[in-house]
Design a protein. Structure first.
Length: 167
């Protein structure tokens, strides 16, 4: 519970700082949607969710304090990561994803990365995990390179030619 409180306080400070920074981005186009719109929207969402987590953490603490005063039985309140190995595997997957992104391009790297993370976090079916990776990648490609005209890494060699088929 202390971990949740500390994490939510850090996230409130982080999102508040970057919300202010994103609102200071200059709008050179004159449109409503500018370079700072996406970061500002994400930081607003992050700020709201962090405040919700903070409120829940304090409510949970109050409920536990009331129950402890009724029971008068001290409990071991050690907070540990439930699956610490998964955290390190996730970090390794993200590091490998970042490393191969420039070589194999966004499409292949993202499909493999999401497939691996889906299996890592408990998705049992390989077909569902692969389908999740393909659909998430397709949605990202439609939104960013096609609709918003933002470039994604294409990769080198045959991967570059493969990415030209999609965006």
């Amino acid at each position: 519970m202390q971990l949740e409180r500390n994490l939510s306080i850090i996230m409130v400070v982080f999102s508040s700082f970057f919300l202010v920074m994103s609102l200071q981005v200059e709008n050179r186009t004159g449109n409503i949607i500018s370079a700072g719109t996406w970061p500002a929207g994400l930081m607003i969402l992050m700020l709201i969710l962090s405040v919700v987590l903070l409120v829940r953490a304090f409510k949970t603490k109050n409920i536990q304090n009331i129950q402890e005063s009724k029971d008068d039985v001290p409990e071991d309140d050690d907070e540990k990561l439930v699956f610490p190995k998964k955290f390190f595997f996730l970090f390794a997957v993200l590091a490998v994803y970042t490393f191969i992104l420039g070589y194999v391009g966004f499409i292949i790297a993202t499909v493999l990365g999401i497939f691996t993370m889906a299996l890592l976090f408990g998705m049992r079916s390989y077909i569902r995990a692969l389908l999740t990776g393909i659909l998430a990648t397709a949605g990202s490609i439609v939104l960013f390179p096609i609709l918003l005209n933002l470039p994604f890494p294409r990769g080198t060699g045959i991967f570059y030619a493969f990415s030209l088929l999609f965006y």
